[in-house]
Ligand binder design. Structure first.
Ligand code: PSV
Ligand code: MN
Length: 395
C-alpha cells in the first residue's frame, strides 16, 4: 500500500499523537516482585530523556504523562524542575495523574474513606494535582480511583457514592477553562469485593454529574474478559464523554502488556468506532495514552514497538471503506460487511508508514534505528549501578 492512496491517509497520520507514560521507563513488576533492568530510568530526568529518544525515533510522542507521587514527590514545588526538563528535552508534560493508592492512610479508601480527615487529605491531593497541571500547562488531570472494599458488609457502597461525587465536584470546580478531568474506571484490584468506580457506566454518570469538563478514560485492561470494549467506546462517543485511553493489552486481567500483542483486532475495532463517529467534535480531543508496564521486554524497545504498533492499527482502521460498510449494513449483508472490515485489517500498512516516516525525516524502521543508535547500551552503562542498588521502586 502506498501512502498517497487514498490521499487522506497522510492527514490521518499527521493527526495521531500518542502520550507515553513516565512509569513505562522505570522499573516495574508484579506484586510478586520486580526484575530490575540496567537501563531503567531512575530519575525523572532520565524519563524525559527516554521519552525524547522515543519521540525522535517515532515523531509522534511529544508528551509524557506524569504521576504526581512518582515524578513530583514535592508536589507543586517540583513544577519548576519539570518545566526545565520539558524545555531541555522538548517533551511536554502530558496528563497529570494524582496518586490515591499508595499512601498508608488509604487502606480503607482515599476520597471514599469513611474517615472525613482522610477524605480531606485525598481531596487536597486532587486539588494540588489540578494546580500542578495548571503550572505545567497540562490539559488533563487523569484520576484513577482505586477505592473499594474486600468483603461484603465491610463498607457502605451507598455512602461512598456520595463521597465520590463530593470529591469529584470539588476537583472539577478547581479546573481552569480548557482543562479536563478524566475518570478512569476499573472493576477490581486492589479491591476485590467492590470498587467504587468500577465501570464505564458509573464513570459516565459521575462525569456528567461533576460537570462539562469531566470525561471518561478507557483503560483497555480494565474490563472483564468478554467485555465488548468498542461498544463502550461507541457509547461514550455518543454521550460526548470519551476523554481518552490508556492503551495496553491483556490476556487475563490488567496485564499491562504491549498494545496489540494479544489481540490487535480489538484495538483496530476501537479505532474503527472512533473513525465512524460522524461528529468530529466528539472525537477531536481524545487523548491517546499508553499505560503499560514492561517487565520482561527492554523498556525502550517496548515503547517504540508500542508506538509503531498503535500507528499501524490506527492506519488500518482509517482504511475501512465506511461508505461501503454502511450500505452493506443497511442491507444486512453480514459476511460482506465483515469482509469489508477485515479487508482493511489485513492490509499491510507498513510500506506506507515507512514512506511517511521518510517524508518526515524519521527513521523508516524506528525499532531498528533504536538498536543501531547505541542509546540502550549507553543508558545501561550509565544507570547500571543505580539500578543495582534499587530493590524496590514503583508499583
Ligand atoms: C491502574 O491499574 C492504572 O491503570 C492507573 O492508570 C494507574 O495510574 C496506573 O495503572 C499505574 O500503573
Ligand atoms: Mn490506566
Amino acid at each position: 500500500m502506498r501512502i498517497e492512496e487514498p490521499a487522506h491517509l497522510v492527514g490521518v497520520l499527521e493527526n495521531l499523537k500518542i502520550e507515553i507514560p513516565s512509569w513505562g521507563f522505570a522499573n516495574t513488576g508484579t506484586r510478586f516482585g520486580k526484575f530490575l533492568q540496567a537501563g531503567a530510568a531512575t530519575t525523572v530526568e532520565e524519563k524525559f530523556a527516554d521519552a525524547a529518544e522515543v519521540n525522535s525515533l517515532t515523531g509522534i510522542t511529544p508528551q509524557l504523562a506524569l504521576h504526581v507521587q512518582w515524578d513530583l514527590p514535592g508536589g507543586l514545588s517540583d513544577t519548576t524542575k519539570i518545566q526545565k526538563l520539558a524545555a531541555k528535552y522538548a517533551i511536554q508534560p502530558g496528563s497529570i495523574n494524582p496518586n490515591l493508592f499508595q499512601d498508608q492512610d488509604y487502606k480503607f479508601g482515599s476520597i471514599c474513606n469513611p474517615d472525613p480527615g482522610i477524605r480531606r487529605k485525598a481531596i487536597d491531593h486532587l486539588l494540588e494535582s489540578v494546580e500542578i497541571a495548571t503550572a505545567l500547562g497540562s490539559r488533563d488531570v487523569s484520576l484513577w480511583i482505586s477505592d473499594g472494599s474486600n468483603y461484603p458488609g465491610a463498607q457502605s457502597i451507598r455512602k461512598r457514592i456520595g463521597w465520590l461525587q463530593e470529591a469529584l465536584q470539588a476537583t472539577h470546580d478547581r479546573l481552569k477553562p480548557g482543562q479536563r478531568m478524566l475518570l478512569e474506571y476499573k472493576p477490581f484490584e486492589p479491591a476485590f469485593y467492590h470498587t467504587d468506580l468500577a465501570d464505564w457506566g458509573m464513570a459516565a454518570q459521575l462525569a456528567q454529574s461533576a460537570g462539562p469538563q469531566a470525561y471518561v478514560l478507557v483503560d483497555t485492561g480494565h474490563h472483564y474478559q468478554a467485555q465488548n470494549i468498542e461498544q463502550v467506546v461507541a457509547w461514550l462517543l455518543h454521550l460526548r464523554l470519551l476523554g481518552g485511553f490508556h492503551f495496553n493489552d491483556r490476556r487475563y486481567a490488567d496485564d499491562d502488556l504491549t498494545i496489540g500483542s494479544i489481540d490487535p483486532y480489538q484495538v483496530f475495532r476501537i479505532f474503527h468506532e472512533i473513525f465512524s463517529e460522524p461528529d468530529a467534535e466528539a472525537s477531536r480531543g481524545i487523548a491517546y495514552m499508553i499505560d503499560q508496564s514492561h517487565n520482561i521486554k527492554g523498556k525502550m524497545e517496548a515503547m517504540v514497538q508500542t508506538v509503531t504498533t498503535a500507528q499501524e492499527l490506527y492506519l488500518k482502521a482509517a482504511l475501512v471503506d465506511r461508505e461501503q460498510l454502511a450500505s452493506l449494513q443497511s442491507e444486512a449483508k453480514a459476511v460482506e460487511a465483515e469482509e469489508c472490515l477485515r479487508a482493511a485489517f489485513w492490509t499491510d500498512v507498513r510500506p506506507a508508514l515507512r514512506e511517511w516516516r521518510c517524508s518526515k525525516g524519521l527513521p523508516e524502521n524506528p525499532l531498528q534505528a533504536l538498536r543501531e543508535s547505541g542509546y540502550v547500551k549507553r543508558i545501561e552503562k550509565e544507570r547500571k549501578e543505580r539500578n543495582a542498588m534499587l530493590s524496590v521502586t514503583y508499583a
